[in-house]
Design a protein around this ligand. Structure first.
Ligand code: ADP
Length: 434
């Protein structure tokens, strides 16, 4: 700003003489032209009442065609009358003061004669006024610059305060490793507020991710600790000298069961991690979902004999999907329906399609799920009734987490409708255009 102002002031000063001269001449000519237009001849008399003989620092004089002055006076300093000179500005210096003189020969209608109108302006008078303005500008400009700089500094400080808060919060999080800290900017500029909210959301996302990773590792170690402890205890027991052959056989069976369980946990976890992280891109192909659902239903039906399975499957429903994943999704939903179903109850599998969707539902009339648990059942290792789940050595609370991931990979929506004590219905809605 200072540089620009200095350049502008410098330019104004260097051109000021020319500017003032041009300005003076323009004023002079316009006053003479105006006054020439005011000359009238009325009632046999020359009318000069409307003429302003000193206007805008211009002295006006009227002469007849022969050069005889009729009205107006020259500035005091003029001792001689300069000769008349049509439409040409001449300059003349008297007592160190420069004057511009402009004469105009004008024809006065009705009078049928020409008249001279002369204008005289002192260069210094206009220059003086203009110079005073320039001087005022010269003194006031630095003050304005100072005020503007101060204003800019204060505005910038105010603007950067929230950014400072964002930086400080990020640094604090890094130093204290406390992801629960938030910037929490309020009543601020919209853009900065958006930035701060975006950071807060990111911190929340990171906090949740870290928390769920921590929870996950805790759950994994907890799940693996029990079978490992059982295996170790059984090994020690069977290695005792007093253990009979039958005891050792029993111990080996327990060890085998626990080893199978551990192996299943590991393979399920690996599958889930692969699905969640998208490590393997599933290959999709057109499959006959109707046929696949029937086959899986038959297989499960053979295992679970004390529950009636009803199938309502529309034939020839084809879908672009990964066959293995579809089998896993359906087996999980069916085995849950059987496992959490009622003794001698029934399970119903429906597969239908409409214009937009293919809808698969698995419904049971078993124990149902309480409203507050409905959101949690999709979490890894979450089990509503651990006692009932533990009756089944296969239960680990990973099934629905996997089902949800498979649905997500196929752009499907999955929901559960359930009432405690009455039963549950899991509904998977696949879009047809995938
Ligand atoms: P699990 O291996 O324990 O069955 P899932 O992830 O498949 O794990 O299910 C999580 C929890 O959701 C189960 O422990 C159970 O409490 C509940 N759940 C799942 N399916 C049903 C169902 N059909 N009826 C009632 N509860 C269910």
């Amino acid at each position: 700003m200072i540089l620009m102002a200095t350049i502008v002031m410098g330019l104004i000063f260097s051109f000021s003489e020319d500017i003032i001269a041009t300005n003076s001449k323009t004023i002079l000519m316009s006053v003479v032209d105006d006054n020439a237009g005011e000359l009238e001849f009325e009632d046999g008399k020359l009318e000069i009442d409307d003429i302003d003989f000193f206007k805008n620092s211009v002295y006006t004089l009227i002469y007849n065609i022969n050069g005889k002055r009729l009205e107006g006076t020259l500035p005091e300093e003029f001792s001689l009358e300069p000769p008349l000179n049509d439409k040409k500005i001449i300059d003349i210096i008297i007592d160190n003061t420069k004057y511009y003189i402009y004469d105009k020969l004008t024809f006065v209608e009705d009078y049928h004669q020409k008249m001279w109108v002369r204008g005289v302006i002192a260069f210094d008078e206009v220059a003086g006024a203009t110079k005073t303005i320039l001087q005022i500008a010269l003194f006031s400009l630095p003050i304005f610059i100072l005020l503007a700089t101060l204003g800019c500094y204060l505005i910038a400080k105010q603007t950067f305060r929230p950014i400072d808060k964002i930086i400080k919060t990020a640094e604090k999080i890094q130093d204290s490793e406390d992801l629960s800290l938030r910037i929490n900017l309020k009543d601020n500029d919209v853009e900065i507020q958006k930035l701060s909210n975006a950071f807060d959301n990111m911190f929340e996302y990171l906090e949740n991710s870290f928390e769920s990773e921590r929870q996950f590792s805790q759950n994994v170690s907890h799940e693996l600790r029990t079978p490992t402890a059982i295996i170790l205890a059984q090994c020690e027991y069977s290695l005792e000298e007093s253990a009979s052959e039958t005891d050792r056989q029993e111990a080996l069976k327990v060890i085998q069961k626990q080893a199978k369980k551990t192996s299943k946990i590991i393979s399920d976890l690996l599958n889930l991690i692969r699905l969640e992280r998208g490590i393997e891109k599933p290959s999709l192909s057109k499959i006959d979902l109707s046929e696949l659902v029937s086959i899986v239903c038959e297989e499960q039906n053979i295992i679970m004999q004390n529950i009636t399975l009803n199938q309502n499957i529309m034939p020839n429903i084809r879908i672009n999907a990964n066959q293995n994943m579809m089998i896993r999704l359906l087996s999980n939903l069916l085995s849950n329906a059987f496992h959490y179903g009622k003794e001698n109850g029934k399970v119903e599998v429906n597969l239908i399609e409409d214009d937009k969707n293919i809808i698969l539902s698995v419904e049971d009339d078993g124990i149902g799920i309480a409203n507050k648990q409905k959101d949690k059942i999709w979490q890894r290792f979450y089990q509503v009734d651990t006692a009932r789940s533990s009756q089944n050595s296969e239960s680990m609370g990973l099934g629905l987490a996997m089902v949800k991931q498979i649905a997500k990979i196929h752009n499907a929506e999955i929901n559960v409708l359930s009432e405690l004590g009455k039963g549950s219905c899991f509904v998977v809605k696949f879009p047809k255009t995938q």
